[in-house]
Design a protein around this ligand. Structure first.
Ligand SMILES: C[S@@+](CC[C@H](N)C(=O)[O-])C[C@H]1O[C@@H](n2cnc3c(N)ncnc32)[C@H](O)[C@@H]1O
Length: 266
């Protein structure tokens, strides 16, 4: 299956160039893209052992699986065993290299992976066998053009990068069919987000100096604070502490510079 695109030609050319610059930027910072062999084991495997980012993603996967199990039981009702398992139709928004789409496909679900970036770092990552999930290059603003709804829409570690997290949540929610769910995992919430925002702004400025373009597709603060989470909750996202990260969440309570780990369901 090839990667489809909903971007117009001009935007696609910009995004594709930007991705090449991001890959170079990462390489210059000593961060090589993951190898083909490493991809199927994600979020685990030797290539990412000891990497905090991937340790957190293992928790994201556990949360997603637990929510999907609950939803499947709910949708199937008491006659689930007679009816047999029905795969859920899932949109993985901001799918990046497809690690989550791969895992959930392997679990028996039908996945559509959407990301703005379609190069070898993201939708066209070098999987050792061709991905069987649908892959679509699209931005948040293109999603209505998908023209379909899903049992589940997942946004893992994405809402912080949206200019308006609540608007993004509403956009994603419109893609959820009746009785379905929006699951927003990997929400890092800072008591004091200023330092993290300044760090991101400094990186963005250095990137602009190096490549002459903005690192981010759209202006964003890049970090959620408690106000953002309160707004998301008020808009209907049921917020939970991420199980398994209890200690980190306790630390965050006493140190506003450390993030609390949350996920939300609507
Ligand atoms: C922090 S990464 C998270 C990737 C993946 N969900 C994970 O947890 O490993 C955010 C991803 O969302 C994509 N993304 C961010 N904003 C987007 C937008 N407005 N439209 C489409 N993709 C977007 C980025 O390209 C990136 O792959």
């Amino acid at each position: 299956m090839t990667v489809e695109s909903l971007l117009d030609a001009e935007r696609q050319a910009h995004v594709d160039e930007l991705e090449k610059a991001v890959i170079r930027w990462r390489r210059e910072g000593g961060r090589e893209p993951l190898s083909s062999e490493a991809l199927p084991a994600l979020p685990s495997g030797d290539a990412v052992a000891g990497d905090l980012e991937w340790r957190l993603r293992r928790h994201d996967l556990a949360v997603v699986r637990s929510e999907l199990a609950g939803l499947k039981a709910e949708l199937a009702g008491p006659r689930a065993e007679l009816a047999g398992p029905r795969p859920l139709r899932i949109l993985d928004f901001g799918s990046w290299n497809g690690w989550l789409s791969h895992r959930l496909t392997t679990d028996g679900h039908q996945l559509t992976a959407v990301d703005a970036f379609a190069g070898t770092w993201s939708l066209s990552a070098p999987w050792p066998t061709p991905p069987t999930w649908r892959r679509i290059q699209a931005e948040m603003t293109d999603l209505t053009r998908l023209g379909e709804t899903f049992d589940v829409v997942i946004a893992n570690r994405c809402l912080a990068f949206e200019p308006h997290p609540v608007t993004a949540m509403a956009t994603l929610r419109r893609l959820v069919g009746p009785a379905g769910r929006l699951i927003a995992t990997g929400l890092l919430v800072y008591g004091d987000a200023e330092k993290a925002r300044l760090r991101l702004a400094a990186e963005a400025a250095a990137f602009r100096t190096r490549f002459g373009v903005d690192m981010l597709l759209r202006p964003t603060r890049g970090v959620l604070d408690r106000g953002d989470i309160a707004d998301l909750a008020a808009a209907g996202l049921d917020i939970h502490a991420t199980p398994g990260l209890r200690l980190a969440n306790i630390r965050a309570r006493f140190d506003p510079l450390r993030p609390a780990h949350r996920y939300g369901v609507a």
